[in-house]
Write a protein that binds this ligand. Structure first.
Ligand code: RB5
Length: 147
């Protein structure tokens, strides 16, 4: 199950991504928003991030105007590794090397064609582990004040 959420700056792109996921048989849970009412992005980022750390969802996609506010908010939740991506290389390597569990996209930055390719890379690229696991374990140590 993939969690997805957006604010008013990301609603059009989120709707395009939801349509794509539906067409391709990817199960997802939509945390809204579903109209263009202005909303504070942490109000969406937090429940989406929680759904990943509590195991309800495997990964998540968050969309705001830039992707940045959503990533800042999601990364405050212990266990979240959220990455803002607007290019193929970053989307691929944030899975291979960072084991990112949240993809953040900017609805005012990239178009739907590119966004869908980034979503595909994010959903279908496996973490490499090895030396990269040592590094993400150190991120967890920072979260736990054990660094
Ligand atoms: C909302 O206007 C905008 O600030 C938000 O979507 C996002 O870009 C924040 O990072």
């Amino acid at each position: 199950m993939i969690a997805i959420g957006c604010d008013h700056g990301g609603i059009e792109l989120k709707n395009e991504i939801c349509a794509y996921l539906k067409e391709n048989g990817v199960d997802f849970k939509d945390f809204g928003i579903n109209d263009k009412t202005s909303v504070d992005y942490p109000d969406i980022a937090f429940p989406v991030a929680q759904s990943v750390v509590n195991g309800e969802c495997e990964k998540a996609i968050l969309v705001c105007g830039t992707g940045i506010g959503m990533s800042m908010a999601a990364n405050k939740v212990k266990g979240i590794r959220a990455a803002v991506c607007s290019d193929h290389f970053s989307a691929k390597y944030t899975r291979l090397h960072n084991n990112a569990n949240v993809l953040c996209l900017g609805g005012r930055v990239i178009g739907p064609g590119l966004a869908i390719e980034l979503v595909d890379l994010f959903l279908n690229t496996e973490f490499e582990g090895g030396r990269h696991k040592t590094r993400i374990d150190k991120i967890a140590a920072i979260e736990n004040n054990e660094f």
